[in-house]
Structure formats: structure tokens, C-alpha cells
Design a protein around this ligand. Structure first.
Ligand SMILES: Cc1cc2nc3c(=O)[nH]c(=O)nc-3n(C[C@H](O)[C@H](O)[C@H](O)COP(=O)(O)O)c2cc1C
Length: 175
């Protein structure tokens, strides 16, 4: 089974996770980057106006028979906009794919991811693995958006979350 991990991260959480997942699957790892640093206002702008920002990386060499694991943050209920251009490039030649995120989760799950991925990639993901920082924090007092935004995954978190992801991917593949 050939696996390719394609990731984007703004503040490092999804980068740590993607690196670890790629290593666990001995996968090629393509990092989507932007040439300019991203301000918070640009996140809202992209989300509200459905923009596809220019990115520096290319996914032209991804083969159609490999399993693609996209890893990236959720912003305002949607997949982070820098992943959109690679979705466009891969739309017609993607076979099986997963979307994995370590998102904030302070307001609960992100229920619109499945329909968004379906719309952008033309097929359903094999699975969405939406992991939440809120679940890594004490439940009392209830974690706020500020708490989850400030949190950075430590090595133990990365190890535990990677095991969950590997198990979920393997189970979904043998189904
Ligand atoms: C502008 C903005 C909007 C966000 N919206 C959501 C959201 O809708 N749902 C969620 O669970 N997390 C949300 N988050 C939290 C991020 O998904 C979370 O902090 C993530 O771990 C950041 O990933 P990164 O370090 O790889 O960039 C948001 C963060 C920012 C900055």
C-alpha cells in the first residue's frame, strides 16, 4: 500500500502530526506552504469569499493508485484554504483519501467537513479523522477557543494521536 501525506499547518500542530503519520506509514510527505506569512484577517477573507490562495508546493507527482492522507487545520468549520489548490489538482485522479486534522474543538465537532471534501474532491473521503485539542485539555473548566488556539502538541500527544490515526486508517482500508 503506497501512502502519500499532503499537509498544511499554520502554527505547527498539524505539521507535527503529519510528519509523524508520514513516518509511521513510510510515506512520501508533501508540505503545502505559502510564500508570504498568513495574517488572521486573510483566513477569514479566504473562508468568507471561498478563495483558493496561491501555494508554493506542487502535487503533480502524486500517483492515482496511492492512498492520500491530507492533514491540516480546520478554520471556521472548513478545511484550511491553502489545501484547496492541491484538491483542485488532484480532483480527477484521486482514488482513496483521508482527511486528518488536529483542530481546536472548543465548539464541538466540525460537521461540514464531509460535504466540503465531497464538493472539492468529487468523492467522499474514506474517513475523516477530526481530532480535537479540547480533548487533550482538562474538561473543567470547559476549554475555550483561546485555550485551544494557544495549545501546541507535545511529543506524547503526537505519539498518541499518531497511533489513533494509524489504527483508524488501517481499519478503514481493510473494510
Ligand atoms: C481563524 C481560526 C479559525 C478556527 N476555526 C476552527 C473551527 O472552526 N473548528 C475547530 O475545531 N478549530 C478551529 N480553529 C483551531 C485550529 O484548527 C487549531 O488551532 C489547529 O490545531 C491549528 O493547526 P496548525 O497548528 O497546524 O495551524 C481555528 C483556528 C483559527 C486560527
Amino acid at each position: 500500500m503506497k501512502v502519500t501525506v499532503i499537509s498544511y499547518s499554520l502554527t505547527g500542530n498539524n505539521e507535527s502530526l503529519a510528519t509523524s503519520v508520514a513516518s509511521a506509514f513510510s510515506a512520501e510527505h508533501i508540505r503545502i506552504t505559502e510564500s508570504k506569512s498568513r495574517a488572521m484577517g486573510k483566513i477569514a477573507f479566504d473562508m468568507l469569499f471561498n478563495r483558493t490562495p496561491k501555494v508554493s508546493s506542487t502535487v503533480n507527482n502524486v500517483e492515482s493508485d496511492c492512498i492520500v492522507i491530507f492533514v491540516g487545520p480546520v478554520w471556521m468549520g472548513q478545511v484550511a484554504s491553502p489545501l484547496r489548490s492541491c484538491f483542485n489538482s488532484l480532483k480527477t485522479r484521486l482514488n482513496r483519501y483521508f482527511f486528518v486534522s488536529i483542530s481546536g474543538g472548543a465548539d464541538g465537532p466540525n460537521p461540514k467537513l464531509s460535504s466540503e471534501l465531497m464538493k472539492r474532491l468529487g468523492k467522499k473521503p474514506t474517513a475523516i479523522i477530526d481530532l480535537h485539542i479540547a480533548d487533550l485539555l482538562p474538561s473543567e473548566p470547559k476549554p475555550t477557543r483561546n485555550d485551544t488556539s494557544a495549545y501546541r502538541l507535545n511529543n506524547e500527544d503526537v505519539k498518541n494521536l499518531t497511533s489513533k490515526i494509524v489504527k483508524a486508517v488501517q481499519e478503514a482500508i481493510v473494510k
